[in-house]
Design a protein around this ligand. Structure first.
Ligand SMILES: CC(C)(COP(=O)(O)OP(=O)(O)OC[C@H]1O[C@@H](n2cnc3c(N)ncnc32)[C@H](O)[C@@H]1OP(=O)(O)O)[C@@H](O)C(=O)NCCC(=O)NCCS
Length: 247
């Protein structure tokens, strides 16, 4: 990449990052640029990332990682040097934010403290979220896997999002589910995302009940009673103990 073009872009993006803090943080109103650079860890972390990312694109070894590491030590914000971040990113407060290697963030995005754009632990290649323009992600929200967060979406504080999010929607909860799309409340039978119907389990339960009934009839006719108790469908894996989903 042309170094002059990279530098021009870096400066332009940094200007927009500082402006973003002014626009979106009420406590930054009327604060000068220098004070913002000195006192806002979110701005410092993004600044360090922009430099580290430019060096990474330029093929410079070791230094990008060292810069990201130093920024993390100073600000508590961990941004992988390869993550692609658009202009105008504002990280409010910042501490505990983690942005993974293959994350892609559009323009005008706001993150609060404790946000994770992470992998689930299973994918290789593109394994972190893609966040489109003008998305707001509330404090403590975890966005996991190579999911797509549509432009203008709002993710509620402490949500855990593992599926794509439609544009202009509000997603809250664990697991994250849309409660508003284009400002309108999401209504209808599908609004309960936690207690989803499970037709396979229902069919197995019905079959199991029929087998039990047949066994009872066979026993009544003088046959041998079954050795085990077939009426209950036992889960294949213990509910307690180590969860193979891990991550
Ligand atoms: C999600 C959020 C962005 C609000 O978005 P919105 O589109 O204005 O949505 P509303 O406030 O109308 O809330 C929509 C519904 O989600 C619920 N909701 C909002 N935030 C929620 C959250 N974090 N967790 C669970 N439910 C939440 C509301 O109670 C409301 O429920 P209802 O449908 O029963 O009325 C906001 O609540 C939020 O979490 N912001 C993060 C702010 C933050 O992290 N601040 C840290 C500052 S240090």
């Amino acid at each position: 990449m042309d170094p002059l073009r990279s530098l021009t872009r870096l400066v332009r993006d940094l200007r927009r990052d500082v402006e973003a803090a002014r626009e979106r943080d009420p406590s930054a109103l009327g604060v000068g640029r220098l004070e913002l650079l000195a006192g806002w860890p979110g701005i410092q972390a993004v600044l360090a990332h922009r430099v580290a990312h430019a060096l990474h694109l330029g093929g410079v070894p070791v230094l990008p990682r060292a810069l990201a590491y130093t920024a993390r030590a100073l600000t508590g914000i961990e941004i992988h040097h390869a993550a692609q971040i658009g202009a105008g990113l504002f990280i409010d407060h910042g501490s505990g934010v983690v942005i993974g290697e293959t994350a892609i963030i559009g323009e005008g995005v706001t993150l609060y403290q404790g946000v994770t754009l992470g992998g689930t632990g299973f994918e290789t290649g593109k394994r972190h979220p893609t966040v489109q323009d003008n998305v707001t992600i509330g404090s403590g929200a975890k966005l996991l896997g190579p999911i797509e967060i549509g432009h203008g979406a709002k993710i509620g504080a402490n949500s855990v999002v593992v599926r794509d999010v439609p544009p202009n929607s509000t997603v809250v909860g664990v697991p994250g589910h849309p409660v508003r799309i284009d400002g309108r409340r999401v209504e209808g039978p599908d609004t309960d995302w936690i207690h989803l119907p499970d037709p396979v389990a229902d069919a197995m339960r019905a079959l199991s009940a029929r087998v039990a009934e047949l066994e009872r009839m066979v026993t009544e006719l003088g046959g041998t009673p079954p050795a085990s108790d077939p009426e209950n469908v036992h889960p294949l894996r213990s509910v307690r103990g180590r969860n193979p989903a891990g991550g």
